[in-house]
Ligand binder design. Structure first.
Ligand SMILES: *Cc1c(COP(=O)(O)O)cnc(C)c1O
Length: 427
């Protein structure tokens, strides 16, 4: 599929291009390994001078087509699929940071990523400074240190729903000469293309909208090929890799150096690889991404407007509600819709919110988002319970906040479900 094709066509067709007589649909290659006739060819595979698969911890034909479609959709030079969104975030950082390094992150990020950065990366000796996404450029720049190696944010914060100010964050990254890494999970490449707004590396939890049907945990890292690693800050990409008999990634692979290293060094050593079956389902899910994201966005806006006018609701947050602070950034970066997630607080606070969840019928309580089915969650008592209250508030989780992942069912039925449950709570 050509890079210049439209996003809808890319979702459906991807990179899989069967030859005469081959399966029309991407096959699941459920094989750990690949047969060769000549040790010299296998030696070439190890040396990265011959293209091909040798072991499915490094690459697999099914996973490869999923990676190809994601790279195509985001407009990157390559992608590496991972076992989960968490492992995508971990590898994205470990590919360029080691003990003694430092990263800057927006504070309004997914709770799991917050913990990864704040607890686990610190244990590995990587320091993190969280900045408020609304902080001025000067203030964010003050968080930088000589050992800063990346700046990180989410297109749409989960669950704070703040919209990343790409211009500001990319200016900071350019001023510091470090890559700008963006988690584009909630927006998806259908609604936002971070590489067009200065991002250098994109990652996704493909568990969410990419799969879209709640079948497969997965993640992906996509390389924009638009960062010069040879600036003195990234020896791991420039100097010889002794574990790879002296390979210099940047010299050899130029703009693909980052993503090649993520595969041949990090997948090799950490093994957080996506299974072929999950790649098959995620690749299949992408075929309807454009249709789903349109409907998720339209339904979420309609439910947000309904809740905003409901007497039992104290506040509603959806980036495309015109009275919100997020509105201007949402209009700028998400012109085709703001995805399917909205949050609200109900009069009666946290307890009333929990009770509302019990009364809903169509909408189910699950620890997930981005599914075709409408779902709901109270983050403070569930996904974010491992954070302190101060950390919860810093990451955008008020105690009464209820998060809805609006599905692609009829909006009439979704609204009726909320209307019925809100009436039940009042009694
Ligand atoms: C869910 C999520 C993750 C983590 O992904 P998993 O697939 O659950 O490991 C990371 N970032 C965001 C924005 C998420 O919503």
């Amino acid at each position: 599929m050509e890079k210049k094709s439209q996003v809808e066509t890319q979702c459906v067709q991807g990179t899989y291009d069967p030859k005469s007589g081959e399966p029309r649909v991407l096959p699941i290659v459920q094989s750990t390994t690949y047969k060769y006739y000549d040790s010299d060819v296998v030696a070439g595979l190890f040396d990265l001078t011959v293209d091909g698969h040798m072991y499915s911890r490094i690459s697999n034909p099914t996973v490869c087509e999923f990676e190809g479609k994601m790279a195509l959709l985001e407009g990157g030079v390559g992608a590496v699929a991972t076992a989960s969104g968490q492992s995508a975030s971990m590898l994205a950082m470990l590919n360029i940071c080691s003990a003694g390094d430092h990263i800057i992150s927006s504070s309004t990020i997914y709770g799991g990523t917050y913990n990864l950065f704040n607890v686990s990366l610190r244990k590995l000796g990587i320091e993190v400074t969280f900045v408020r996404p609304t902080d001025s450029m000067e203030k964010i720049l003050k968080a930088a240190k000589p050992n800063t190696k990346a700046i990180f944010g989410e297109t749409i914060g989960n669950p704070g729903l703040n919209i990343l100010d790409f211009d500001k964050f990319s200016q900071v990254s350019k001023a510091l000469d470090v890559p700008f890494i963006v988690d584009n999970t909630l927006a998806t490449p259908f609604l936002c293309k971070p590489f067009e707004h200065g991002a250098n590396i994109i990652l996704h939890s493909t568990t969410k909208y990419t799969d879209g049907h709640a079948t497969s945990i997965g993640g992906v890292i996509i390389d924009g090929g638009n960062f010069n690693w040879d600036n003195g800050k990234f020896p791991g990409l420039v100097e010889p890799d002794e574990s790879y008999h002296g390979l210099r990634y940047y010299e050899r692979f130029k703009e693909s150096a980052y993503i090649v290293k993520a595969r041949v060094q990090l997948l090799r050593d950490f093994g957080t690889v996506m299974s072929p079956f999950n790649a098959f389902l995620s690749h299949l899910g992408l075929e309807t991404l454009h249709l789903r994201m349109e409907r998720h966005s339209a339904n979420a806006l309609e439910l947000a407007e309904f809740l905003e006018n409901h007497e039992s609701i104290s506040w509603v947050k959806y980036p495309l509600l015109p009275n919100l602070d997020e509105y201007a950034l949402a209009k700028k970066y998400l012109p085709n819709g703001a995805s399917g997630i909205l949050t609200f607080g109900i009069k009666g606070g946290s307890e009333a919110g929990k009770e509302l969840i019990k009364h809903l019928k169509l909408t189910s309580l699950v620890v997930h988002l981005g599914d075709a089915r409408t779902s709901i969650l109270h983050p403070a008592s569930t996904t974010h319970r491992q954070l302190s209250e101060a950390e919860q508030i810093a990451s955008g989780v008020a105690p009464d906040l209820v998060r809805v992942s609006v599905g692609i069912e009829s909006i009439k039925d979704i609204i009726e479900d909320f209307d019925m449950a809100l009436k039940a709570v009042k009694k």
